[in-house]
Design a protein around this ligand. Structure first.
Ligand SMILES: Cc1cc2nc3c(=O)[nH]c(=O)nc-3n(C[C@H](O)[C@H](O)[C@H](O)COP(=O)(O)O)c2cc1C
Length: 326
């Protein structure tokens, strides 16, 4: 079974970090269906350094008792920011319980890459290595992982050298998403390019996770076997669909998976929403923040277009319940 540093995972499939989706509430739900762990969404190391934990707490929030293994994902461009940010995390009563620190080297969003952070770090490998070294030093023995892509530019075919840089710097696990930063989320994940990087990770002796378009047993087995992957991360297929972890595990074992009914999906949407409300500043804020998630839950249901339209205008739990059941 896969391990990350000294941490042993109980299964190799986990929820990918996704801003707006992989909240602590949803990570706990996915764990119940077999996601072995899930990093938080990305959070700015610079913001933590200069503004403290407070303003970023909603992104950093972890619940070690309910979510099991925790990993906090940071992005940035300055090794010193990482030192301060990880120091602040380790000084916090709850955040210090995180099991790992993950560094985002894959984000393609312009406002992130123009600072030299996220996927732009693939173009500055020395700096990427310095950031990992700073993080390893600050993390006081907790594993440091990196999530990256197959390259920065369009047509990238994988960057095994980048794996070597990260591994030499002391990274404990590298996850590669099979698209270039330029592709953002378009086109199909390039399994061969991920495999090239997976092979480099194997040679370097670093744990490797593959990511991109995994949604069932067939795609999971293909990624796992072709890419020398110790583990897999599932992104969009898990949005509004925590059952995907059960499906993948069963299908990888050659078993048949029967999907949830519309009623079960509606009940899960409501459980998810009610738990988000408990952590949000207000009910109305939680309902609004969940709109993109509602759309995923009702996708493919009878009358989905009308349901989506009405759910995206709701501002209270009572309204959402009424729309779903009446
Ligand atoms: C809405 C959204 C938000 C994302 N946010 C993050 C993030 O905060 N950190 C990160 O490393 N990757 C982020 N990603 C990338 C995913 O983790 C994953 O690499 C990508 O979706 C490809 O996997 P998939 O084909 O299974 O969706 C995000 C993706 C989406 C769709």
């Amino acid at each position: 079974m896969a391990s990350i540093g000294k941490i042993k995972l109980d299964n190799p499939v986990c929820l990918a970090p996704m801003a707006g989706f992989s909240t602590v509430t949803y990570r706990v739900i996915c764990r119940g269906f077999g996601s072995s762990y899930a990093p938080t969404e990305l959070c700015s190391a610079r913001s933590i350094r200069y503004r403290g934990i407070g303003p970023s707490y909603q992104y950093l929030r972890i619940d070690p008792e309910r979510e099991g293994l925790c990993s906090i994902q940071l992005f940035g461009f300055d090794p010193v920011d990482f030192e301060y940010a990880i120091g602040a995390i380790l000084d916090d009563e709850i955040l210090s319980k995180t099991d790992m620190i993950d560094i985002n080297m894959g984000c393609p969003v312009p406002k992130v890459i123009k600072t030299g952070a996220g996927s732009a770090l693939m173009k500055t490998p020395k700096l990427a290595g310095d950031i990992v070294r700073a993080a390893v030093k600050a993390a006081c023995g907790k594993p440091v992982t990196v999530k990256t892509r197959i390259g920065f530019d369009k047509g990238s075919k994988g960057d095994p050298e980048f794996i070597k840089v990260l591994s030499d710097a002391g990274c404990d696990m590298i996850c590669v998403h099979g698209r270039s930063a330029a592709a953002i989320y378009s086109g199909k994940a390039d399994v061969d390019a991920v495999a090239l990087m997976g092979k480099a990770a194997k040679e370097a002796g670093v744990t490797f996770f593959a990511n991109g378009d995994i949604s069932d047993g067939v795609s999971a087995l293909e990624m796992k076997e072709k890419c020398f992957a110790d583990g897999l991360m599932v992104g969009r297929a898990a949005c509004g669909n925590p059952w995907v972890f059960d499906k993948i595990r069963k299908e990888m074992e050659g078993k048949v998976f029967t999907g949830p009914s519309s009623g079960e999906r509606k009940e899960m949407l409501l459980r998810h929403l009610k738990e988000e409300v408990e952590l949000a500043p207000s009910e109305d804020a939680a309902v609004r923040a969940m709109r993109g998630v509602f759309v995923c839950y009702v996708k493919g249901m009878k009358g989905a277009a009308e349901l989506k339209d009405r759910l995206c205008r709701a501002v209270s739990v009572a309204e959402v319940e009424d729309i779903l059941w009446n």
